[in-house]
Ligand binder design. Structure first.
Ligand code: G4P
Length: 533
């Protein structure tokens, strides 16, 4: 390894690759659209398709594929702003929720969490957040919809701290909310950014900032608002909620911003601070130690997602990879570690809103999708480095819904097994078996229930196999980490189930957390893990 220099270094340094997470309806799409406005990537947020469909205008580009019944993809949007090259990884929400959502977070260097100011932390945010904290990546909070009645600000912060277990540091502080929303107080600059709802879908017009002592502000602010602001900021300063870049970088402190994505208020301020506080592409762990994009000249990437296309004639698949070091040129040959041979990365694509465009050149930090003739698996490493290495695998995330699946026509056993195994390899579902049965009955586990429909649809359409699915009551899964354990000897609860995964690893299924605790209590030394490594 030597130090990376020149154009590649410059390009990688200016990259900022982050995931945007939220509970559905918190305003993730709206905020993303506003970001794109600043990047000049679109002219007017939501204007292309009119209000009713604005929601799906930019980042929900996989809607059509969803209608066709395949797994919902997270999209990647790239744009330039203020000298940075930004990659936003969008994570699908509610019913679209799947393992893909989790895996997308594995490809990001930081995360932006959007929270609805009237609701605080919601279920989906909590789930996604777990993965962010597991990776210790920086997390930024944008508290949205301040133009509506909001929860008390301290309560909101408290909610984040207790629900998510991360300290917060408000970079700005709201003055009122809803009809009384006056703007935000920038703590470092000691100025108030005045709220205006006239910008909405544009970036025209100036953002007005006035000092706290200006007569203009006195005219706008009631005495009550002023004394409340003073009181609250004093409390904040006293509580030591100071900005600390080191803690932010370790993912232990989340800088918090307030705004209103819909009216485009606070978005640019957020973007500017965020880009400075977040990180350029991070080093990644491999079996040869950390690979730092600033030290490793060779191209390297790992596959974090595989998207099968519904074109039945071709059955083509796209493998999405995160470039971790070096640069990529269209059509280049790279070594596929897991396959043990050289492959040509053909038809490289980058995604921008509803378009896929061919890429000629990409750098560490970027995400590309390449044609996959069926050779890649999630977690695979590709590199041009003479000293071969593999990136640390992507953990298998715990499914939360389970069903027993069997083929209707017993003559179709071969197709059933082939289909279900291939779909499991793509990572859309996880399959489990009981210890003493064959493949005729399989337990399928999914992260989001939509994946059950996807499975049924794909088996019928791609493999011509009709299946029967019976839902099972399990909601929790734990891999057994003790080596050489006799699974039959574990004393569990009556509703616990012993199964093995595709790799033959033993695990337990539970209906509730109480059962997990009971089992743990009854078996001294039993090591249960939520993620398979
Ligand atoms: P999501 O991607 O997180 O699911 O949320 P999305 O941006 O689609 O926003 C959900 C709804 O919240 C949308 O309203 C959107 O206009 C609204 N919204 C987003 N940001 C703000 C904000 O800062 N203030 C207010 N008041 N509303 C906001 P909708 O009625 O569902 O859709 P639409 O008809 O307005 O497009």
């Amino acid at each position: 390894m030597s130090l990376v220099t020149g154009e590649v270094k410059k390009q990688i340094e200016k990259r900022r690759t982050f995931a945007i997470i939220s509970h559905p309806d918190a305003g993730k799409t709206t905020l993303t659209e506003k970001f794109l406005l600043y990047g000049g990537a679109i002219n007017q947020a939501g204007s292309v398709k009119g209000k009713a469909t604005a929601k799906h205008a930019v980042s929900d580009w996989m809607e059509i594929e969803k209608e066709r019944g395949i797994s919902v993809t997270s999209s990647v949007l790239q744009f330039n702003y203020g000298g940075y090259c930004i990659n936003i990884l969008d994570t699908p929400g509610h019913q679209d929720f799947s393992e893909d959502t989790y895996r997308t977070l594995m490809a990001a260097d930081s995360a932006v969490m959007v929270i609805d100011a009237s609701k605080g932390v919601e279920a989906q945010t909590r789930k996604l957040f777990k993965v962010c904290t597991m990776r210790h990546i920086p997390i930024f909070t944008f508290i949205n919809k301040m133009d509506r009645e909001a929860m008390d600000t301290f309560e909101l912060l408290d909610d984040i701290e207790t629900e998510l277990g991360i300290a917060t540091c408000p970079v700005n502080w709201p003055i009122g909310s809803g009809k009384e929303f006056l703007g935000v107080y920038e703590r470092a600059e000691k100025v108030v950014e005045l709220f205006s709802d006239t910008r909405k879908g544009t970036i025209q017009g100036e953002v007005k900032k006035v000092s706290l002592s200006s007569p203009e502000l006195s005219g706008l602010m009631s005495e009550e608002q002023r004394s409340r602001l003073m009181e609250e900021t004093e409390l904040l300063d006293g509580a030591g909620a100071e900005f600390d870049q080191e803690l932010v970088s370790k993912g232990e402190l989340s800088p918090v911003f307030f705004g209103s994505a819909l009216t485009n208020f606070g978005v640019e301020t957020f973007l500017q601070h965020f880009l400075k506080m977040t990180t350029s592409p991070l080093p990644r762990m491999s079996d040869k130690g950390m690979i730092d994009p600033m030290e490793e000249e060779a191209f390297s990437a790992f596959v974090f997602k595989i998207q099968a296309n519904m074109n039945k004639a071709h059955r083509d698949r796209i493998a999405f990879m995160r470039i971790c070091s070096g640069s990529f040129d269209a059509g280049m040959d790279v070594y596929h570690m897991q396959g043990g041979k050289k492959v040509r990365l053909s038809q490289p694509q980058q995604l921008m809103a509803s378009e896929r465009k061919m890429v000629e050149k990409a750098y560490g930090g970027d995400i590309i999708g390449v044609f996959d003739p069926g050779i890649f698996s999630i977690g695979d490493t590709l590199t041009t480095s003479a000293e071969r290495f593999s990136y640390e695998g992507i953990p298998t995330f715990a499914p939360e819904h389970f069903a027993r699946v069997r083929q209707v026509d017993t003559m179709k056993r071969k197709q059933f097994i082939k289909g279900i195994n291939q779909i499991a390899q793509e990572g859309a579902i996880q399959i489990f078996q009981e210890f003493n049965t064959g493949m005729e009955e399989i337990i399928v586990g999914v992260v989001g229930v939509l994946q059950f429909d996807v499975l049924k649809y794909r088996l019928e359409n791609e493999y011509n196999v009709e299946i029967r699915m019976d839902n099972l009551p399990y909601e929790y899964i734990r891999w057994i980490e003790n080596p050489d354990i006799d699974v039959a000897k574990i004393t569990g609860t009556s509703d616990m189930k012993r199964v093995k995964d595709l790799k033959g690893r033993p695990l337990l299924l539970f209906v509730n957390e109480w059962s997990i605790r009971m089992t743990q209590d009854r078996n001294n030394g039993l090591i249960l893990a939520e993620f398979a490594k």
